[in-house]
Write a protein that binds this ligand. Structure first.
Ligand code: WTA
Length: 630
């Protein structure tokens, strides 16, 4: 499955375009199917509908676990490194993980969970999170992992949207110096939940906090698994049965519950994992993401385990107990592949280099980034200081919706180049298109990025909203529209230039502006607000809110804190605004639309070149906003 030379890449790429079914069929044959597929691919862009390996039956956990037991039963599957370096790590071999997953799968069944039921997972980064995900997949329940930094309201929205039957959580979690209460947030969420779909809450004791256990609904993890068998027959799933739902921000409205299905996702995450990281048997691989995001789903849990790899799960943060923590862990486990976010690199670059030099990083063979563009300065720092000037960097471009990495370089095969993610993996057909939806050929080219042929791990829908799925991704003809802009150079390398919609990527997290504006607008003093992104040294982008108030405000500093407090409470701390400017009005077109283009320029520090603003309803407001800019 692994590409080793550029000639092989060229050949396989050509094959994948000329005969996609042959190409993917061959790869799919390397997995364990309960029943072979009838058709490799059926699709219809207009509906839209995509079916991979139709008629095929499998269980993904048999491929993650059972399949490896003979040869790798004693090999570490998951190495868990705790938040506090003084606490002992936990290592689960493939056999132990298989037993834990089977045991918990049986425990879920005992609580009444059945195939097709939705299970919400709201857990910190402990092995039980990975175990929960796989236990759901074992019995055909659809997991919906919600990042444990989201507020009770955000959690409630997600629980209700998917009408989850069970919530899996912990009393709390550790992150750096903080201990966070999670069970209390679940309690609040269930109080405001409108569907009342949740019947059971299973609670893992991680931090020994006092929690309230509701009789008949809440059950401790240890009681849930007491007396339960550690063998569990894997449910037979159709290739197109949903595997999970994962929420991501849209430019408007509530979060989108992206649906991924079983067979295609399995094949693509394995294939991309092996190629992008050039994983060799025995290597120690570490992705620093949280399993609450797609990166953790595809490249901490599924991809690595499907490939029989050893994957590290880290509970903590990069700066605790100090900013050398990542490098200390790399040395401790002799990590071979390291995968992180540009925002983490930019944050760590600011600390004394001694914190890097103190550790032996010579085990590293590949270092990667994901989630947002990596600026040249951070790329060069990463290469020089972490990669010793020679280790290949993979700047991997993909999305929650794509399921796996689509554009990247390949170590020793396609060379890395700062600020360019690279080329499509075989099987992926990117295109750029212009304002009139016409494809732009050749190079250099710049436009909107789309993918013009289906691939196995593409999102199959938005939970409960097929219409939105169609509108968001398939409005520009027979192609999947990514929402990103990109450039293509003479080497056919792509540089991702950023979102072309109202999604802003802050520290690698996708944030839709509309839901945050909605929260701000509910403040009694606020008339209207508009949020834009502006460049930020560490976060990549930060949020800048322009807010119109009712009357004057005596204490803007206090109001700033109050508004951010409300955002943290209603959505989560990651959505807080770095700057909030109180303004007498917002620039609007005659039809009443806010001119975000102008606000973006002001927020970025520009004071001229706003184009023709004479057609605005209120052109004088632009000067006024610039004058009081923060
Ligand atoms: C952005 C994360 C530049 C992009 C896996 C995309 C990137 C969004 C890169 C998806 C990259 C991701 N270079 N931009 N290497 N990787 N992005 O759904 O805007 O959390 O559309 O998936 O992140 O974010 P998501």
């Amino acid at each position: 499955m692994k590409i080793k030379t550029v000639e092989q890449y060229v050949d396989l790429y050509r094959k994948s375009v000329q005969d996609p079914e042959g190409f993917w069929g061959e790869i799919a044959s390397e997995f364990q199917w309960k029943k072979k597929w009838d058709r490799i691919l059926e699709y219809d862009w207009k509906k839209p509908e995509f079916k991979w390996f139709g008629g095929g039956e499998l269980n993904i956990t048999e491929n993650c676990l059972d399949r490896h037991l003979d040869e790798k039963g004693d090999q570490a599957a998951i190495i868990w490194e705790p938040n506090n370096p003084g606490e002992e790590e936990r290592i689960l071999s493939y056999r132990e993980l298989y037993r834990e997953v089977s045991r918990f799968a049986n425990a879920l069944k005992r609580q009444g969970v059945q195939k097709g039921d939705r299970v919400c997972i709201y857990l910190p980064m402990i092995p039980e999170l990975a175990i929960s995900v796989l236990a759901c997949a074992r019995i055909g329940a659809i997991h919906s992992v919600v990042f444990a930094g989201f507020s009770s309201k955000s959690l409630a929205t997600r629980i209700d949207d998917a009408t989850c039957k069970v919530v899996l959580t912990a009393d709390g979690g550790y992150r750096g110096k903080k201990t966070i209460g999670l069970k209390a947030i679940v309690d609040q969420a269930l109080e405001i939940s409108e569907t009342g779909s949740v019947e059971k809450v299973i609670v893992y004791n991680r931090t020994n906090q006092d929690v309230v256990m509701l009789e008949g609904r809440d059950i401790w993890w240890k009681d849930a698994i007491a007396g339960v068998e550690d063998q569990c027959q894997a449910e037979t799933m159709e290739a197109e049965d949903p595997l999970f739902i994962l929420y991501t921000s849209g430019s408007t409205g509530k979060p989108k519950g992206i649906i991924h299905t079983t067979g295609g996702y399995m094949i693509y995450t394995t294939y991309s994992f092996l190629n992008v990281f050039q994983y060799d048997p025995g290597d120690i691989y570490w992705c620093t993401a949280d399993i609450g995001w797609i990166t953790g789903h595809s490249y901490i849990v599924y991809g690595p385990l499907l490939a029989g790899a050893t994957t590290i799960m880290f509970e903590g943060v990069p700066t605790y107990p100090d900013a050398g923590r990542f490098w200390q862990i790399v040395e401790k486990y002799k990590v071979n592949q390291f995968y992180t976010a540009p925002t983490a690199i930019r944050a760590l670059m600011k600390f004394p280099i001694e914190l890097v030099e103190a550790y032996d990083l010579s085990s590293l063979k590949v270092i990667g980034t994901v989630g947002e563009p990596i600026n040249e300065e951070a790329w060069v720092w990463y290469k020089k200081n972490i990669g010793n000037g020679v280790v290949p960097i993979v700047d991997t471009w993909w999305q929650t919706e794509t399921g796996g990495i689509l554009i990247t370089t390949i170590p020793e095969v396609l060379h890395d180049h700062p600020t360019f993610a690279g080329k499509p993996l075989p099987g992926i057909q990117p295109m750029l298109f212009d304002e009139s939806a016409k494809e732009i050929d050749g190079f250099p080219a710049s436009g909107r990025l789309a993918i013009k042929f289906p691939w196995p791990s593409m999102a199959r829908g938005i939970w409960g909203n097929l219409e939105r799925y169609k509108e968001t991704y398939f409005s520009f003809g027979d192609r999947y529209f990514t929402g990103d802009g990109a450039l293509r150079n003479e080497r056919d390398y792509y540089r991702i230039t950023g979102r072309v919609d109202d999604v802003i990527i802050v520290s690698g997290h996708n944030l839709g502006t509309a839901p945050i504006e909605d929260v701000i607008n509910t403040h009694p003093l606020v008339v209207e607000s508009a949020i834009v992104g502006y460049p930020h040294e560490v976060k990549g982008n930060a949020l800048y809110a322009f807010v119109i108030l009712r009357g004057d405000v005596d204490n803007p500093e206090a109001l700033y804190k109050e508004i951010n407090g409300k955002i943290a409470q209603d959505i989560g701390p990651i959505s807080k605004c770095d700057k909030i400017q109180f303004v007498p009005g917002l620039p609007k077109t005659r039809s009443g639309k806010i001119m975000r283009r102008i606000l973006r320029k002001i927020a970025s520090g520009e004071t001229s070149d706003f184009g023709d603003i004479s057609t605005l309803l209120n052109p004088e407001i632009v000067e006024e906003i610039i004058r009081t800019r923060l």
